[in-house]
Design a protein around this ligand. Structure first.
Ligand SMILES: [Fe+2]
Length: 195
């Protein structure tokens, strides 16, 4: 029997997490998070990783997406604020380290850290980090043309799927002449050497 590589001590009330998420997100975004959570859990099961951890990381990954952090009296750092200035599309992922302990106090740090890399990826991710990064891209309502290709690839190799997503995102940003956060380049470079 395959071993789960994360301990099974998760003590989180999933219904309470969902209720809080509903209060933070539009219906559209909430439904997206449910789909990402399910895809995360399916991928985790396939790779004998704790699917509850993956489901929860998928659930919270966009928790900060619709928050106006300028209206919140929380301990955001200069790093967080500079990301909102320079890379507004991805900043919501990097404030989860502040948001999650406030809104989801029973969610373990390992879950938060897994969700924090869902926009850019990075070099040398854990399997849980890879899974949330991939699940966000392959959830069924994504309309990108290569969704099915990446979906199939994800069940063969997490590393190959991560690389293809990083490649796609870099291409998109370059074609759009948008700025590129360095962690995405790190992700692309690292996984280009793994596949
Ligand atoms: Fe998402």
């Amino acid at each position: 029997m395959p071993q789960k590589n994360i301990d099974d001590s998760l003590k989180v009330n999933f219904d309470r997490v969902k209720t809080t998420l509903k209060s933070l997100l539009s219906d559209y975004r909430y439904e997206h998070t449910l789909r990402v959570a399910k895809e995360s859990a399916f991928l985790a099961s396939h790779y004998s990783i704790n699917s509850d951890y993956a489901f929860l990381a998928g659930l919270i990954h966009d928790a900060a997406k619709e928050l106006d952090i300028s209206q919140l009296d929380l301990n955001f750092t200069d790093f967080h604020l500079s990301l909102y200035q320079s890379f507004p599309a991805i900043a919501h992922a990097f404030v989860l380290d502040v948001i999650v302990p406030v809104y989801f106090s029973d969610v373990p740090t390992i879950i938060t850290e897994a969700a924090m890399w869902h926009t850019t990826g990075k070099a040398d991710m854990s399997d849980l980090e890879k899974i949330v990064f991939i699940a966000d891209f392959i959830e069924p309502n994504r309309t990108v043309e290569n969704r099915q290709f990446i979906y199939d690839l994800a069940y063969q190799s997490l590393d190959k799927a991560v690389f293809e997503i990083a490649f796609f995102k870099l291409n998109f940003l370059l074609k759009s002449r948008k700025s590129i956060y360095s962690k995405l380049v790190d992700c692309y470079n690292f996984y280009s050497n793994q596949v």
